[in-house]
Structure formats: structure tokens, C-alpha cells
Design a binder for this molecule. Structure first.
Ligand SMILES: Nc1ncnc2c1ncn2[C@@H]1O[C@H](COP(=O)(O)OP(=O)(O)O[C@H]2O[C@H](CO)[C@@H](O)[C@H](O)[C@H]2O)[C@@H](O)[C@H]1O
Length: 483
């Protein structure tokens, strides 16, 4: 029997992406199809999403979705079923999905994502003729309210629900005054409901309403029980004990495969690593870097504290001093951007900085860089190190969360056993990070060892196979427990 699951997400490739959540939400339908799960994705109707749905059919209309009219459009995303909440007063805006062009969050985000949650709960509960579901899978705080409505104000018998945490740092926390606007019964205003530290917490509401909680790596699932990583919700996570598991993200091999990637100057495989040189030369030219055979580091990241990007500028003199170069693509914190520009000005031809978001360039960087730096303070899973592994761009990562789970440090024992895939370091500060860069540059100088580390990474299985199976088994267990 096919299981019918509604995946509730605020972004999904190829239609809308601000970060890793979009990669995962976009990959899940194909990952689950082989395991007897038909996954339908529901997205907010941002301009790009509605524009992509050519001749979409409206399959439902609300006259009063939290006080306004809205429609539900049906279409396809990468060949899989897609539903879109078309509510122009909430989602037809310039800027990003969450804020204006200056990066300020929309003031009515609570209303936007409460309406999205209400709509998703209605759809999952059978409000739309011809659509029926067995389970709701909600991703991050933007989808948390879908599970809260399903629990406290369902349109039919509540469905089982899974809440996946892609990043505990974003919780959708609002003033208590918004509670009245949510249209929930009074009973929802409780510590085990939507109340969170005196306000309303969308992620917390989802976690409390979920039958199972997952996050995107086993290590992060353990870390969020601690105050350092739990961001105030560690008590809840610890209490839910056995309901909390970590399922590692995979990567979409159709998008991220160096043997067929159309973004690359030269495609290659582990057997033809020498072909990477053409990509390296192209990358040097693109970033205005000197052409040489020394190590070329790359960074593709949001420029934030989470990602350790405030420490990066501090280690760049050291990196260049040892003969390294850096090509960086990212955007975020203005102070970090300024420090990076300063470092680039100090080291012309050695450091190239590109502020912005550019998907194709991120592929070219993985295909031409020698090593990717990922010094995150916390990292639920992390995708750029996985892309690095698949592309022979050796990851240099902080030992935390999914980074700890996916990279094997090139210590003496791992090198001797021939299993190393990258470099790990503990503690995101100058001494640890600088030492990791020194180790990487020394390893790079040992050509046979370096090639082995590249090839080991490329031989790894980062497909969605095992994780697709794990999600399907979880859905099945929860659905069976209800029937
Ligand atoms: N300037 C730029 N130009 C082009 N592409 C850029 C870019 N900046 C970032 N990217 C891309 O955006 C994605 C970032 O994904 P990550 O998983 O590394 O982090 P993020 O914090 O967004 O995701 C959160 O959710 C994911 C999914 O579960 C978790 O892996 C992660 O740990 C968690 O923090 C990657 O595909 C990367 O290539």
C-alpha cells in the first residue's frame, strides 16, 4: 500500500531556495518514491513559485483563511505532486521568502506562516476533494503550525505528524499577543502547546504536536539535548527522549555529480582526477587569482556566526602565508563581508571574494577547488561538505553535528588505514582553525596521500538511499500506530 504524505516546507529546489532546507525538501519526493511513499509537497505561493506553475489548476478556495481569501494551486515539482498556497496578500512580494530586499524580516511573518500551516492542516485533513493523506511531515518553524492546527483544530481526525529540525537556531518566536490571531482554541495556550517562554513558538508548537521528531544527523540529535545547542528547547528535546532521531541528509546525484555536471569546464571522476586542473584554472581566472599549483581553498556559505565565518578572516594571513589561496562565495553579515574584502585587498591575487548567491558558481567551485572550509560552530547536517566529498574538494570541517558524522579526519591512523576523507578540528577559534589549515596544506604537499583522500571521499555513498528508507520506515510505524 502506498503511503500518502504531505511534506510542508517553506522552500524547495528547483523553485525557491535560500539554504539547505530547499535542497532537502526538493530531494525527498524522489528519495521516498522507491520505498512506497507518495510525497506531495506544499509550498507558499511566492512570485517565483506561482510563475513557475504554468496553467496551474485551482483545486480549492478558502473564503476565510485566517480572515482572508486564498486558493490552492496544483502542479508538479521535478515530476512530483506540488500544491501551492496562492495568497497574494501574504506571499506576492519582492525580496526573499522571509524578508525584504534589505534583509529585514517581514513583520507579518507569523501571519504568513500561520496561514500556511492552517492551509496545510486543512489539505492534509481532507478539506480538498480528491486529496487524502496519511501523515504530515513538517520542516522547520515555518511549517510547525501545520502540526499544531492538525492537533488542536483539525478538520477531521488528526493525522500522525513528523517534525524535522533543519536548524534549531530559527524558532519562529512571537509575542503572546499574536495568539488571538491564530484562531486556535484556548487549550493550545499551554506549555505543552504553542506557548514558549511567554510568547508563541512556531517550532516549539510543531515539536510538541509531533509524534516523532527528526533532525538531520545523529550527532546533532544528541547535541540538541544540551543547552549549548538546544537554544532553549533542550528540555523539550530531552523529555521527548526516544521520539527524537537523526536521519542524515543525502545529496541529489542528478544535481551534484562531477561526471555529468553541466556547470563544469571539465567533467571528471575519481579515475580522472587530473581533469580537475582545467576547472581549477577556470576558477582562478574567475576570481582574479594567480595561477599556480598550490592549494586553492574555497568557501560557499552564508556569512554568519553559525558558520564560523567571523573567524575566517582571522586565519587568512596564515593561509596565504603558507602558500594557500581562497575563493569565497557567500552573503550575510555586513561586518564579516567587510573583513573579507579587507583580507582580499591585503592579498591581491591570493584571495577572491564574491558576495552574492550563485548556484552555478557554487558547482564550479566544488569542481575546481582543492579543499572546502566549513568551520561551523554548529551544523545540523551540512551539505557543502557532502558536495565537497563527492567532487574531490577535500572538506576541512569543525567537529560538530553532521560535519562530525560525514568526514573522516586524516589523522595518522586513518591515513594508515587508507580511510581518511578530510580534515576535522575541534573548537572554532584561531589556533584550532589555523592548525587545521596547516595540516591540510601539509597533506596537499604529499600528492599520493592527497589523491587517496580525494578518492576516498568520492567513493562514499551520499545518496538518499539509506535515509529515504529510514524516513519511510518512520512514517510506516507512526501510521500503523494510529490504525
Ligand atoms: N552564496 C551562495 N551561493 C550559492 N549557493 C549557496 C550560497 N550559500 C550557500 N549556498 C548553498 O546553500 C546550501 C546550504 O546548505 P547547508 O546545509 O550547508 O546549510 P543551511 O544552514 O542553509 O541549512 C540548514 O539545513 C540543512 C538541510 O537540512 C542542513 O544541512 C544544515 O546543517 C542546516 O544549517 C548548499 O546547497 C550551498 O551550496
Amino acid at each position: 500500500m502506498t503511503l500518502r504524505v504531505l511534506s510542508v516546507a517553506s522552500e524547495a529546489v528547483p523553485l525557491v531556495k535560500t539554504g539547505g532546507l530547499a535542497d532537502v525538501a526538493g530531494a525527498l519526493p524522489a528519495a521516498l518514491a522507491p520505498h512506497g511513499v507518495a510525497l506531495t509537497t506544499i509550498l507558499p505561493g511566492y512570485p517565483a513559485v506561482v510563475a513557475a506553475l504554468k496553467r496551474a489548476k485551482a483545486v480549492h478556495a478558502w473564503t476565510d483563511l485566517l480572515g482572508e481569501e486564498a486558493r490552492l494551486l496544483a502542479g508538479k515539482i521535478a515530476g512530483h505532486p506540488l500544491l501551492v498556497l496562492d495568497a497574494p496578500h501574504l506571499f506576492q512580494r519582492d525580496g526573499s521568502p522571509y524578508g525584504d530586499a534589505q534583509g529585514r524580516d517581514w513583520e507579518d511573518n507569523w501571519r504568513r506562516f500561520a496561514a500556511f500551516g492552517r492551509a496545510a492542516a486543512d489539505v492534509a485533513g481532507g478539506a480538498v476533494k480528491g486529496l487524502a493523506f496519511d501523515l504530515i511531515h513538517a520542516h522547520d518553524w515555518q511549517a510547525g503550525m501545520a502540526l499544531a492546527y492538525n492537533r488542536f483544530a483539525p478538520v477531521s481526525a488528526p493525522l500522525p505528524g513528523v517534525m524535522t529540525i533543519h536548524n534549531m537556531a530559527f524558532q519562529g518566536y512571537y509575542d503572546a499577543r499574536i495568539f488571538r490571531g491564530l484562531g486556535l482554541p484556548k487549550a493550545a495556550w499551554a506549555m505543552d502547546g504553542v506557548e514558549s517562554y511567554g510568547g508563541v513558538g512556531f517550532l516549539k508548537a510543531g515539536l510538541q504536536a509531533a509524534d516523532a521528531i527528526t533532525t538531520v544527523s545523529p550527532s546533532y540529535a544528541a547535541e540538541i539535548r544540551l543547552p549549548e545547542f538546544g537554544m532553549g528547547l533542550e528540555g523539550l528535546i530531552a523529555n521527548r527522549g526516544g521520539d527524537v532521531t537523526g536521519i542524515l541528509n543525502g545529496i541529489d546525484a542528478a544535481e551534484w555529480n562531477p561526471a555529468s555536471d553541466p556547470a563544469l569546464a571539465r567533467t571528471y571522476s575519481a579515475k580522472t582526477l587530473a581533469a580537475r586542473k582545467a576547472n581549477k584554472r577556470a576558477l582562478e581566472a574567475e576570481f582574479g587569482l594567480t595561477k599556480d599549483d598550490g592549494p586553492l581553498f574555497i568557501v560557499v556559505s552564508r556569512l554568519t556566526w553559525q558558520k564560523g565565518m567571523d573567524v575566517l578572516p582571522e586565519v587568512l594571513d596564515h593561509l596565504v602565508g603558507l602558500g594557500g589561496r581562497l575563493a569565497l562565495l557567500g552573503s550575510g553579515d555586513g561586518a564579516i563581508e567587510r573583513e573579507l574584502h579587507r583580507a582580499a585587498a591585503r592579498h591581491p591575487g591570493r584571495i577572491g571574494v564574491r558576495i552574492g548567491y550563485d548556484e552555478a558558481l557554487s558547482h564550479r567551485m566544488q569542481g575546481g577547488g582543492d579543499a572546502i572550509l566549513v568551520p561551523s560552530r554548529f551544523e545540523p547536517c551540512g551539505l557543502t561538505q557532502l558536495y565537497g566529498l563527492a567532487y574531490g574538494c577535500v572538506p576541512v570541517v569543525a567537529r560538530t553535528g553532521g560535519l562530525a558524522d560525514t568526514v573522516i579526519d586524516a589523522n595518522v591512523a586513518a591515513l594508515a588505514a587508507g580511510v581518511a576523507t578530510g580534515v576535522q578540528f575541534s573548537g572554532v577559534d584561531y589556533p584550532a582553525f589555523a592548525q587545521a589549515i596547516s595540516r591540510t596544506i601539509a597533506l596537499y604537499a604529499d600528492k599520493p596521500a592527497w589523491k587517496r583522500v580525494q578518492a576516498n571521499g568520492m567513493a562514499g555513498d551520499f545518496s538518499w538511499g539509506p535515509s529515504g528508507k529510514a524516513y519511510a520506515a518512520l512514517y510506516k510505524r507512526l501510521i500503523e500506530a494510529r490504525s
